[in-house]
Design a binder for this molecule. Structure first.
Ligand code: DGT
Ligand code: CA
Ligand code: CA
Ligand code: ZN
Length: 562
């Protein structure tokens, strides 16, 4: 039974969440959540540990230990299965609605029988939600708006969900014989459905897909579509000698494909997913790779992230596609929370995580002390944290940059005095409240933050939460001007729930000479892996290494943010 620490952690977290939905006591919920965090950051595989060793871990009781053993041995847990049998399967969907946490979702279910987003909208229409103790008409209207926004978003997946779906599919495909395409490969912030190309024999693949599918939408030896965990997956079959054109076609975007085809037509060529032919469709030439296909079209290679039909073909004709920032160019993460505020890792553990990932540095940017944010740090806390960081840095291979994520308050001032900010190496300033202010007011706040000499980065500049919360009405051209003239970086928050700034704004900022800072905003160790989503967004914004703060060596980073 293959079982990684990450899979075990995920199961533990899911059990905790279901207990919370059921209204079980906070201790039980916390035990599973804490167990998940611990397993996730453990270096040793839990699969190789017996129950005694597991109980020996800090914070792991017998109950968690036995669930871990069971998951490792059987791939599932009886506790999870009985919770899933007891709770309506659509209930976790409620958690995707803005303003609904496990407590509220649990109450809506137990007290009103609401089990889905559609049911929530229905209940709100009939004024049933306001009757819940502590709710009222205002709260009901808010929840209804959130539910309608979620339902109207057409259910596009975030990249984390799409990535999990992909892992589930490729687990039944032969390694090295598939490639992912579509919007996921282009690095888009949201994914409508998953597209894959397979070079395997359809007679091998189709039965395996049938086995894992909720529903087979279409099955054949050229294409197969299934519904898997509620989402659509499209698969196209090809052979290794003709992989290039199929991959180009299925990667898209549609606009890119159409522009590429129109351009080829001018040269008397016809492109489709099988290759390049002449105008009459005769003499089909196939290509084993995308690179060979672009070469045949007399074009520079265009990375998938740029294939949106927004000038990339013209650039490729002139050999002017820039060398985009790449994963190996990133030296660290510039927005991370520790257990000094609301994160789960200690400073030493963060440094160890950074070292394990080969990072040169990791910026500790805990929340400032402001009303409404749990465990924010005061000026004194920050001074103390700085001393601890200095001690960690004496032995760590990954340098912890001292920083803060300071609140931009409703009146545009910051949550900490200048003298506290002056002592820190990296200051990220973010909006966390007053996100519904009008355009002028909210824009003046972020512009004022840029103008503060201590602020180095504006964090998640629009505050959007994908599918859950609309961005604030920030006037981006004005913010970009302010960032450019003050030398303030704008963040690409790499959380798959945010991806803020978004790609188009990144490109506009970059064109104006603004530097972008990629930060995961990680609160748990697993979230440090989100850096790649921020990287994809930077690439979609045409960023080269020089445009990204994280590519700078430590000394240059500290010099620039001093
Ligand atoms: P999504 O799924 O909405 O996030 O976006 P995509 O880009 O993955 O779109 P999807 O799944 O509908 O189709 C995958 C690719 O197939 C798309 O990027 C380009 C290609 N494609 C789909 N429909 C057409 C079409 O009508 N014409 C052309 N030329 N290509 C298409
Ligand atoms: Ca797709
Ligand atoms: Ca598709
Ligand atoms: Zn934040």
């Amino acid at each position: 039974m293959a079982c990684t620490n990450r899979q075990v952690a995920k199961t533990l977290r899911l059990i905790g969440q279901l207990h919370e939905l059921r209204g079980d006591g906070p201790f039980r919920v916390r035990a599973f959540m804490a167990g998940a965090d611990l397993v996730e950051r453990l270096e040793r595989p839990v699969a190789g540990m017996d129950e005694d060793e597991l109980v020996g871990l800090p914070g792991v009781g017998e109950r968690i230990a036995s669930v871990v053993r069971e998951v490792c041995e059987t791939g599932t847990s009886t506790e999870l299965e009985s919770l899933q049998a007891e709770l309506p399967p659509s209930l976790p969907e409620l958690l995707s609605v803005e303003g609904i946490g496990p407590k509220t979702a649990g109450r809506l279910w137990r007290e009103l029988g609401v089990t889905s987003v559609a049911g929530l909208i229905e209940a709100a229409k009939h004024g049933r939600i306001r009757r819940l103790k502590g709710f009222g008409p205002k709260r009901e209207a808010e929840l209804r708006r959130g539910a309608e926004r979620y339902a109207g978003a057409g259910h596009r997946m975030n990249r984390a969900t799409a990535g999990e779906l992909l892992a589930g599919i490729v687990a039944v495909l032969a390694p090295g014989q598939w490639a992912v395409a579509g919007s996921y490969r282009r690095g888009a912030a949201t994914v409508g459905d998953l597209d894959l190309v397979s070079c395997q024999d359809p007679r091998e693949v189709n039965p395996r897909l049938r086995e894992i599918a909720d529903e087979v939408i279409e099955e054949g030896d050229r294409r197969t579509s299934i519904r898997f965990r509620g989402e659509r997956v499209d698969l196209r079959f090809t052979t290794p000698d003709a992989l290039g054109p199929m991959l180009v076609y299925l990667t898209g975007s549609k606009t890119f494909n159409i522009r590429l085809r129109d351009r080829a037509l001018l040269a008397g060529l016809r492109i489709n997913e099988y290759g390049i032919a002449d105008r009459s469709g005769a003499g089909l030439a196939t290509y084993p790779s995308e690179a060979a296909m672009f070469a045949a079209l007399d074009l520079q290679y265009i990375p998938p992230e740029l294939r949106e039909g927004s000038g990339e073909i013209e650039a490729a004709e002139r050999n002017a596609i820039p060398a985009l920032v790449a994963g190996e160019g990133l030296r660290g993460d510039l927005h991370v929370h520790s257990n000094w505020s609301d994160g789960s890792l200690s400073l030493a553990e963060l440094a160890a995580e950074g070292e394990r990932r080969g990072y040169e540095y990791l910026a500790v940017t805990d929340h400032s002390e402001t009303l409404g944010i749990a465990h924010g740090l005061s000026e004194r806390d920050l001074a103390e944290q700085r001393r601890t960081i200095e001690a960690v840095n004496r032995t760590s291979g990954c340098y912890l940059v001292t920083g803060v994520e300071v609140d931009i308050l409703s009146d545009g001032t910051l949550g900490l005095p200048d003298r506290a900010l002056a002592d820190l190496e990296l200051v990220v300033a973010s909006l966390h409240s007053g996100l519904r202010q009008d355009r002028d007011r909210v824009t003046r706040r972020v512009v004022a933050a840029c103008e503060n000499e201590h602020v180095d980065v504006i964090g998640h500049p629009t505050g959007r939460l994908i599918g859950r919360r609309e961005p604030a009405a920030v006037d981006l051209p004005r913010l970009i001007e302010a960032a450019a003239s003050t030398g303030t970086a704008l963040e690409i928050n790499a959380s798959p729930y945010r991806l803020d700034l978004e790609d188009v704004a990144v490109r506009a900022a970059r064109d104006r000479g603004v530097v972008l800072s990629i930060g995961t905003d990680a609160h748990r160790p697993g979230e440090l892996n989100h850096l790649r989503h921020g990287l994809a967004t930077a690439r979609r914004g045409w960023c080269t290494p020089a445009d990204v703060l994280n590519t700078r060596p430590l000394a240059a980073l500290l010099e620039g943010t001093r």
